[in-house]
Design a protein. Structure first.
Length: 299
């Protein structure tokens, strides 16, 4: 009997990153005295109130996050900064795991949130951990970015993982039309340009809008390459250079080789530096307008 239950416990723990709850142990037929005996023997290791590691203490962030979710009761899910870390939208995990719980569950080392708006559409699984969906994770994290550039970088980093779908985000915003977050996230739905990969590209997108340049296409595949910025009608590529990222001879030679290949195919490449964008944007805008006009006339 004991061996059969231990196998069932191990099998359940295997689906939950090595953890089980007290209620699950009771449901499997283990009595309270049997639980206490296994704790004293070291085969069950208390982690949170009512949550045990089975056999050993898993150390990965994903496993510990799963334990935090289990500690917050049925229907709890990883959320906010912890969800963003699990999806890969931010680097590093918060000092305390964040969880949305359906009722008040305060646990040391866990930051529990309460909400009445979480639906099944807002819940997903990533690496086996119950977690808020990509769209809901972005929604919950938005108030933490106090400037639009910081929010744009976060949303673009989320899109670059290919887990955040703008249609899912639009559906979520439609359910919360009066929420302050909706106002801040709507521009990403209204003008769904390709996700930028860096702060430099964000700067250029703002620059293009401010100076009335045509709407650029961001990071679109072209053969074996993926240029930073493309003006498709004029067949002009803009590459944004910075000495920080192009300070070796190999990258210098590679960039010039790509420029020549594109020019042979009838596509002009204009290289704009970070320093010029910041120091003399008026001059850069005037020059780019002239280049684009000349390309349109030639076409």
């Amino acid at each position: 009997m004991g061996e059969r239950i231990d196998k069932a416990i191990a099998a359940l723990a295997l689906t939950q990153h090595g953890y089980v709850t007290r209620q699950q142990l009771l449901d499997l037929g283990l009595g309270r005295r049997a639980i206490r005996y296994r704790v004293e023997a070291g085969s069950l290791i208390p982690v949170y109130a009512g949550v045990y590691a089975v056999g050993h203490l898993p150390l990965s962030y994903e496993a510990r996050a799963h334990a935090a979710v289990l500690a917050c009761g049925d229907h709890a899910v990883l959320s906010h900064g912890s969800a963003a870390a699990l999806w890969g939208y931010v680097k590093g995990w918060p000092t305390r795991f964040e969880v949305i719980a359906t009722y008040d569950r305060r646990r040391q080392g866990i930051r529990a949130h309460r909400t009445k708006t979480l639906t099944r559409r807002d819940i997903d699984r990533q690496r086996g951990v119950p977690v808020t969906s990509p769209a809901r994770t972005v929604f919950d994290m938005t108030p933490r970015f106090n400037t639009d550039p910081k929010l744009r970088r976060f949303v673009n980093d989320a899109r670059l993982t290919r887990t955040l779908n703008l249609s899912d985000l639009a559906e979520l915003l439609n359910r919360h039309p009066r929420h302050p977050v909706t106002h801040r996230l709507t521009p990403f739905i209204a003008t769904p340009a390709g996700p930028t990969r860096s702060e430099l590209e964000d700067i250029f997108v703002d620059f293009a809008r401010r100076y009335g340049l045509p709407e650029p296409v961001i990071n679109t595949p072209m053969g074996r390459t993926e240029p930073d910025i493309l003006f498709p009608e004029e067949r002009v590529i803009v590459e944004i250079d910075s000495w920080r990222f192009h300070s070796d001879r190999a990258s210098f030679e590679s960039d010039r080789d790509k420029d020549a290949e594109r020019l042979a195919a009838g596509i002009a490449t204009v290289r704009v530096t970070e320093e010029r964008l910041r120091a003399s944007p008026d001059r850069e805008a005037e020059r780019l307008h002239a280049i684009l006009r000349a390309r349109r006339r030639a076409a």
